[in-house]
Design a protein around this ligand. Sequence first.
Ligand code: NAP
Ligand code: GLV
Length: 320
Amino acid sequence: MKRKLFIARKLPEEVVAPLREKFEVRMWDEAEKQIPEKVLLEEARQVDALWTTITENVTRQLIEASPNLKVVSNLAVGFNNIDLEAAKEHGVIVTNTPDVLTETTADLAFALLLASARRITEAEQTVRNGEWTSWSATQLTGMDVFGATLGVIGMGRIGEAAARRAAGFNMRVLYHNRTRKLESEKRYGFEYASKDILLKEADFVLIFAPLTPETKNMIGEQELAKMKETAVLINVARGGIVDEEALYNALKDGTIWGAGLDVFEVEPVPMDHPLLTLSNVTVLPHIGSASIRTRLAMMNMNVQAMTDVLEGREPKNRVV
Ligand code: NAP
Ligand code: GLV
């Protein structure tokens, strides 16, 4: 009897093929549509392995209703969509995709930082909308990145990779974590700072902490009020870490100058979201790790991890 595996998103057939040779594989096959929760529950109930992405919630209810489930492999480094406690209690292994996406996501964070600072999307729209009627000394002026201070909250793999890019822009780098990274301080000259000092001194605040109960709404009204009026907030980590209502107010009343967001509390972000009415926010549809090579590496990592578990080996990148 072949082991059963369910893939909760439509993924490329060439990546899935090796799994089909060994296991009985079913896949949600509506490319543009997320699997309804009820269908996910029903599919998970029958399988040994579940391949998820950031958009599927692996709840306690799902885990408890899936007696054969041995592994959940998440196509992401973040795993806030998975109830780890329930997985641990029920002996379900959870794996993720760290490292292979680090540099790609750091590239995107820096691209968003530059785009937000220099109003790139606004500028492009000006050209495309036929509003580039003449040159002006004050049109679309933004903030300098070169020589500015970058503050990274969540100086892990990706935070540090983004901070390394700042060296090329002659930036001072402050960071805040729960633990200091003395080796990186020595090697790259990064400076550890309390969250308050970082918020006060940074020209660009970049969030790269995971979404946890502790980081939920970590950047709210009080934190935004501590930032410079000229500062830009960049969030490529998770919606939910930044209080979106407080951010909207801060951007609208000039408490901070701008923001760049790749992630939102609810994704896809609803079209009537107040943040979308503001021109000083640059928005992206959660594309941090979206390069062709990196997405392939992430998917292959999931394939290997599920195969390892189903064939009785310890997988790499085990979260629990
Ligand atoms: P990581 O290496 O685990 O780094 C996370 C860092 O956050 C750690 O250094 C950790 O340090 C710090 N941290 C945790 N809790 C904190 C807190 N309460 N206050 C301050 N710092 C805290 O993870 P990573 O690989 O860099 O990924 C980071 C996150 O990026 C992921 O969890 C994911 O949500 C997000 N991400 C988004 C995209 C995208 O497409 N937009 C792509 C990849 C990743 P301490 O434990 O010392 O505090
Ligand atoms: C993407 O958001 C990830 O966590 O990898």
